[in-house]
Design a protein around this ligand. Structure first.
Ligand SMILES: NC(=O)c1ccc[n+]([C@@H]2O[C@H](COP(=O)([O-])OP(=O)(O)OC[C@H]3O[C@@H](n4cnc5c(N)ncnc54)[C@H](OP(=O)(O)O)[C@@H]3O)[C@@H](O)[C@H]2O)c1
Length: 287
């Protein structure tokens, strides 16, 4: 398989590049210096030259609060950029792998059970809206795609877009003597980019296109996630649970956005391991 990997220096892109190469796949890593998904001509000139068998797109404008003020930039990357890649895929008759998010949900404020791929999305932020637009573009333009909804990603490369990831941020804040305030009313599933990478590899090998939720299993609030990070690191700072309202972020987030990986199970792929187990490995492997 010859793979064009867009965002190869990003958090999940770094893991995909490493793992797929170890699996003897030919991966052409493309950074934003090589290709900007916002420009169709650039996408065509780069990707027609590479002639990949599949494109994996990890590029996103995903600083959630910034998307509220810079919606045009969010749509440029998360929807228009996706349209450009779809056009290339159509031309080359190849599938697109694209990453979406649990933030396409959230409108159902009373939700307490995991969302399946059949649940109707309803975002509560410009970021979520722009990512959902990208999803619709893919379904409108392509027949061959793997549309993956992931959530709460952390990987050793750290998120380029966000500057870090939640685990590293918590460990950086450990010396905060007045206590670390963490939101306790948003329930999610922290998910290891390493685990998503392995599951993505399995999925591509099945050749079964479609929309898939792809997360570790279990659920917790960001506060509970923080407690587990410190427990596994042998640290015991003061951690203070607060509400989303107290935190006061610019963009709204879903109160509950746990994703049931129902479609992966339906094609015979096993559930990913529990988030706590994955986190334990991440903490052990930290440089
Ligand atoms: N991080 C999370 O918690 C999370 C949760 C749910 C869903 N997701 C989704 O998962 C995907 C991967 O996230 P991540 O954490 O790996 O992100 P990341 O570390 O920020 O990586 C994104 C990569 O895309 C590149 N990029 C950004 N804009 C681009 C453009 N216009 N053209 C080409 N490349 C561009 C970035 O390059 P530069 O570094 O040069 O800007 C970076 O290498 C995204 O689609 C995101 O929406 C992430």
């Amino acid at each position: 398989m010859k793979i064009a990997l867009i965002g190869s220096n990003g958090q999940i892109g770094t893991d995909i590049l490493k793992y797929f190469t170890e699996k003897n796949e030919e991966v052409i890593g493309l950074t934003q210096d090589d290709i900007d998904v916002c420009y169709l001509e650039k996408c065509e000139s780069v990707l027609f030259k590479v002639k990949p068998d599949i494109i994996i797109n990890t590029a996103a404008f995903h600083v959630v609060d910034l998307c509220e003020d810079e919606a045009a930039s969010a749509f440029a990357v998360n929807a228009d950029g996706v349209k450009n890649l779809c056009a290339v895929c159509l031309n080359l008759d190849i599938p697109l792998v694209h990453f979406s998010t649990d933030f396409v949900f959230g409108l159902d404020r009373d939700r307490t059970t995991p969302y399946t791929e059949n649940d109707c999305p309803g975002p509560v932020s410009m970021y979520g809206i722009s990512k959902l637009a990208g999803e619709f573009v893919i379904r409108y333009m392509l027949k061959k795609y793997y549309l993956l909804r992931v959530c709460g990603l952390y990987g050793h490369a750290g998120s380029f877009g966000k500057g870090s990831n939640f685990v590293e941020l918590m460990l950086k804040l450990v010396k905060e003597s007045s206590g670390i305030k963490v939101v306790n009313d948003q329930i999610t599933t922290p998910t290891s980019t390493k685990d998503v990478t392995r599951k993505l590899y399995e999925l591509i090998k099945t050749g079964k296109h479609g929309t898939y939720h792809m997360t570790n299993t279990g659920q917790c609030s960001w506060y509970e996630f923080a407690l587990e990070i410190f427990r596994l690191s042998g640290l015991s700072p003061k951690v203070i649970p607060i509400s989303s309202a107290e935190f006061g972020a610019k963009a709204k987030r879903p109160f509950y956005s746990v994703l049931d990986n129902a479609n992966l199970r339906s094609i015979g792929l096993k559930d990913m391991r529990c988030w706590k187990e994955a986190l334990q490995d991440y903490i052990k492997e930290r440089p």
